[in-house]
Write a protein that binds this ligand. Structure first.
Ligand SMILES: Cc1cc2nc3c(=O)[nH]c(=O)nc-3n(C[C@H](O)[C@H](O)[C@H](O)COP(=O)(O)O)c2cc1C
Length: 176
C-alpha cells in the first residue's frame, strides 16, 4: 500500500519535470517529415515515388510513404509537407488515392490549410488526371509550392533524375 503511494507520488513528480509536448515539439524541430501519398496498380507510380523519396531524404528530411488506402488522418496531420502521386486512370486520379482524400476531408478541416505540397503523375500519354489532383488539393487548401512532375509510363533514368531533384527541391522548401 505504502509502496504504491510512493510510486504514484514519484510518477507525478516525473510528469511535472518531463513535458511530453515539449519533447514532441523538439523532435519536430529537429527533423521535418514529408508524407508521400500515392497509388499504383502496375508499379510505375511507385517507382516514381521512390525517386522522390530518395531526393527528399538526401536533404535529411524524414519520409513516410504510403498508398492512399493505407494513409491515415494522423499521417496527414503529422507531416510538414505532402507529395501526392497517382497514375492517370481514365483522366482522373486513381481510386486508391481518392479514398484517402474522401476519408480525411472533414476530419482535417481547419488543420491542414497552407500545408505545402506538390503532385506527380504517371500517365500513358494523356496526363489530364493532374487536374483532378490539383483541384482536390485546392479544396483542402494545401499550398502548391512546386509545379507538378508528369512522367510517361515507367520512369526512365532521366525521369528518375528529375524526380530525385524535385524531391530534393521540395525538402529544401520544407526546411525553409
Ligand atoms: C485502367 C487504366 C486507365 C488508364 N487511363 C489512362 C488515361 O485516361 N490517360 C492516360 O494518359 N493514361 C491512362 N492509363 C495509363 C496509365 O496512367 C499509365 O500506364 C500509368 O503509368 C500506370 O501507373 P501504375 O503502373 O502506377 O499503375 C490508364 C491505365 C489503366 C490501367
Amino acid at each position: 500500500m505504502v509502496a504504491s503511494l510512493i510510486f504514484i507520488y514519484e510518477m507525478d513528480l516525473i510528469e511535472k519535470f518531463i513535458d511530453l509536448d515539449k519533447i514532441e515539439g523538439n523532435r519536430r524541430w529537429a527533423m521535418k517529415r514529408v508524407l508521400i501519398v500515392y497509388y499504383t496498380l502496375g508499379g510505375n507510380t511507385e517507382k516514381a515515388a521512390e525517386f522522390i523519396k530518395k531526393g527528399i531524404e538526401s536533404e535529411g528530411v524524414e519520409v513516410v510513404m504510403k498508398k492512399g488506402i493505407d494513409t491515415t488522418l494522423e499521417d496527414l496531420l503529422d507531416c510538414d509537407g505532402i507529395v501526392i502521386g497517382s497514375p492517370d486512370y481514365f483522366s482522373y486520379m486513381a481510386g486508391g488515392l481518392k479514398d484517402f482524400f474522401d476519408r480525411t476531408y472533414y476530419p482535417s478541416r481547419g488543420k491542414v490549410e497552407g500545408k505545402p505540397y506538390f503532385a506527380f503523375l504517371t500517365h500513358g500519354g494523356g496526363g489530364k488526371a493532374i487536374e483532378s489532383i490539383e483541384k482536390i488539393s485546392a479544396s483542402f487548401k494545401f499550398k502548391k509550392v512546386m509545379n507538378p512532375v508528369l512522367i510517361k509510363n515507367a520512369p526512365s533514368k532521366q525521369d528518375g533524375e528529375r524526380l530525385f531533384e524535385a524531391g530534393k527541391e521540395f525538402a529544401k522548401i520544407i526546411k525553409g
